[in-house]
Design a protein around this ligand. Sequence first.
Ligand code: ADP
Ligand code: ADP
Ligand code: MG
Length: 480
Amino acid sequence: MKKKILVANRGEIALRIIRAIQELGHIAVAIYETPDSAALHIRVANEAVWIGDGPRSDYLNIDTVIKAAKDHDADAIHPGYGFLAENPDFAKACEENGIIFIGPSSEVIHNLGNKVIARQIMKEAGIPMVPGTQNLSAGDAGLQEAMDFAAKYKYPIMLKATTGGGGRGIRLVENDEQLKVEYPVARAEAKAAFNDENVYLEKVVVKPKHVEVQVMADRFGTTVHLGTRDCSIQRRNQKLVEIAPSLIPDQDLLDRICETAVKATKASNYFNAGTVEFLIDHDMNFYFMEINTRVQVEHTVSEMVTGIDIVRTQIKLALGKKLAFAQEDVQMRGHAIEMRINAEDPQNDFMPEGGKTVSVYRSPGGYGVRLDGFVYQGFTIPDAYDSLLVKLTVFGFSWNETVDRLRRCLKNYVITGPKTTIPFYLNLVNDPDFQKGDFDTSYLDTHQHLFDYTVDVSEVNKLARLIAEIHHKKENKYAA
Ligand code: ADP
Ligand code: ADP
Ligand code: MG
């Protein structure tokens, strides 16, 4: 039966989801705000609904999105990542309006989106985790609770927004003095960013590796994992580069982490796709961190090494199908690396380069190369949204082959107009520590030389720029 599925998102993930919907023979409905009027996802979808001027406020408006779905007789909504994807009220609104939400239940999203409740569920299930507190009290009482925790577990400690996400609302605190300053600020910021002032503490894992497990669960009690991903290369607790599988040579450890992830998933009555995140210390102890209740940006690397289409599977599971594969059917092969190519200037603190027009766009291709992007030559990047332009994912048989392929792709990638993260990544693939797989979450701080580069504007690029300029002048002349 043909279904109509509304995609409550934009950019590359909207396209990714629309492709899966169309491959399944269903009908894809896109939504867009005014700044996205020239966006590709509108053109590729079967139907498109303008939902307002935004920016962001309409993509984030539950009533608006539900109304668009109802007006267009959508049977289901795929939320993607970001925006409303982890908003339990949105999942609930879908449930109440008879629309299938492609993800877990609103109750599960609520519980797991709250890091304190999630930790409680995991504790009861016997999942290993770092020591932490409940929500801290307001004011001086909370400060005292925090200082007691720090006295017991020793600094550094991590002050985290209870309902935070996207790497925001996390701060490292090294001593009492800093705690006194940071505590009220953290609460105020959590309130402003997440509309929830609650914060709690975790003991810090020093220079950990971030390793996560992709899980998929149907509504019939089957849960499988699709192996590990390493997302240790981060900037301000946000991922930049993701790798599947983890390069930790201890397969037994990785197997235990995956089994723990399945256990954690089952403990939370989960269905659909999810990610269980862990931190690993230098003694190879692993600790539960959180579960993300949605498709992740980096799902592509797991798809490349398992051959399983995660988004297709998400849709089928939400429409009531059983998982088509058992754990033993999931075979990992080779390596995959994803790099988030952002319109940002790494040399200027990753300042976003939105608002600029892509004057030349020439992408790499060939064996083992996958691009999940949404920009094209002549496209003006709206400055209202995040700066991800395209995810470059490469696959290879061995790690070395994968790195070589990635280097080749980065060298061949030409994007002019906005500055991008490409030259920074080119330094990264040439770094011996990266090549050895020797990195943890402190990698960027300890590898500042990656920021040393000059952008090579080759003759071809210069020429292309010139042509674009002439073209631009011509257009302006006729317009005048
Ligand atoms: P978010 O919901 O924003 O993704 P997470 O809890 O997943 O927040 O943490 C994001 C990142 O912050 C982790 O990948 C890690 O780099 C760092 N981090 C979080 N908690 C700790 C901790 N207790 N010790 C060390 N690093 C941490
Ligand atoms: P389809 O929609 O083609 O019927 P399924 O629902 O069977 O696919 O599976 C969804 C995804 O899981 C697809 O990407 C498919 O390639 C993958 N898959 C299905 N069966 C297996 C299996 N036995 N082993 C590994 N992967 C599988
Ligand atoms: Mg996280």
